[in-house]
Design a protein around this ligand. Structure first.
Ligand code: TXA
Ligand code: MG
Length: 329
């Protein structure tokens, strides 16, 4: 039996350096670290070690070897791993560090373990904006592979408690930096073929990206029928409770996820109500979404979700809600 993770409170200045040292040491040994980023908590491993990357799949109980996001300390570090076109460099310059992942042609030879890219000739890279992730990358001085730190198919973790609850024994160190600021995974843009493609809506709005590249993002497209972002299975981000989207009323036995100042009919009978943002702010709603799904999952078997606008970060919020509501596969 693996032991319990060592947890460091990174908001306490006296623990910060000790947490970074312990996490870097665990990564060098091939261990796993719960790492805060500005989007969600990641399950970090040394991306250059096949054994360490294999431990990620085992801890998450991932059914197959989906490729992982590689976290780099800077644009220069990313350029050592992948080829950035002028358009990719423009996006990196505008949004790194930040909640944007670019899928890029992989350089070869590469230090990245094959298992981390699932044998593809592309690599998904981002430079995270969180000071803890930045300090860990700088100290380790190697790229870090990190998917979201949840069991496969579960809702992504936005607090250290979520990481411990989902993965406890498999993780050597958890760096607790409080709730993540953005609350949704990074936006993934494919930059490896003829045009930029939105592979996953996320914490950076489509319109911000399109303003930099000067053209609309294309749809993912398919390679031989396989999804281009293989992690984009329909049923993903799934709570156990059933979700009913765009609900105009609350039915008996349901909890309610509300948005904005109005409540749907029957709201007073809801088992519990969580309003993602009374003032109708999509960034605030994104930050609370995954914790709300976890909280309501613990008290209700059915959840009604009020309509949420599809603009800005609403595109990613609605994408995650549709996946959480999809029939389970
Ligand atoms: O915000 C985030 O992106 C978080 C934090 C921890 O950085 N990470 C995250 O990783 O969400 P994960 O593993 O849960 O999602 C990775 C996504 C998957 O959908 C995967 O299929 C896609 O990235 N991906 C990775 N490499 C790819 C590649 N070479 N081509 C296409 N998609 C790729
Ligand atoms: Mg994930």
């Amino acid at each position: 039996m693996p032991g319990l993770p060592e947890i460091f409170d990174m908001s306490n200045p006296g623990d910060f350096d000790a947490g970074i040292s312990a996490a870097a040491a665990a990564l060098r040994r091939g261990g796993l670290v719960g790492m805060p980023t500005e989007t969600v908590y990641g399950l970090a491993a040394d991306a250059t070690s096949g054994g360490a990357v294999a431990a990620i799949y085992a801890a998450k109980a991932r059914p197959r070897f989906n490729p992982l996001i590689i976290h780099a300390s800077s644009v220069e570090a990313a350029e050592r791993l992948a080829v950035l076109s002028p358009a990719a460099l423009a996006l990196a310059g505008a949004f790194w560090p930040g909640p944007l992942t670019l899928v890029l042609p992989k350089r070869s030879p590469t230090v990245i373990a094959d298992l981390a890219t699932a044998g593809l000739d592309t690599v998904a890279i981002r430079v995270p904006a969180h000071p803890v992730a930045g300090a860990l990358l700088a100290t380790l001085d190697r790229p870090i592979a990190a998917p979201s730190a949840n069991r496969s198919g579960h809702v992504s973790p936005t607090t250290a408690d979520h990481v411990a609850a989902d993965l406890g024994g498999g993780v050597a160190v958890i760096l607790d930096a409080g709730p993540t600021g953005i609350g949704l995974e990074s936006t993934i843009v494919g930059m490896a073929d003829d045009r930029p493609r939105l592979l996953r809506a996320g914490g950076l709005a489509r319109s911000d990206i399109e303003a930099v590249i000067g053209e609309p993002l294309a749809a993912p497209g398919t390679t031989g029928g396989a999804p281009v972002a293989p992690g984009m299975l329909r049923s993903h981000y799934a709570p156990a409770a059933r979700l009913r989207l765009d609900a105009g009323e609350v039915r008996p036995g349901e909890a309610l996820i509300a948005f904005g100042s109005g409540l749907p009919a029957g709201a007073t009978a809801a088992i519990r109500i969580v309003n993602l943002s009374e003032k109708g702010d999509l960034a605030e709603a994104a930050a609370g979404l995954f914790a709300t799904l976890r909280d309501l999952d613990a008290v209700a078997e059915a959840i009604a979700v009020a309509p949420i606008p599809d603009t800005g970060l609403g595109e990613a919020i609605n994408d995650r809600l549709r996946r959480a509501a999809a029939p389970r596969d």
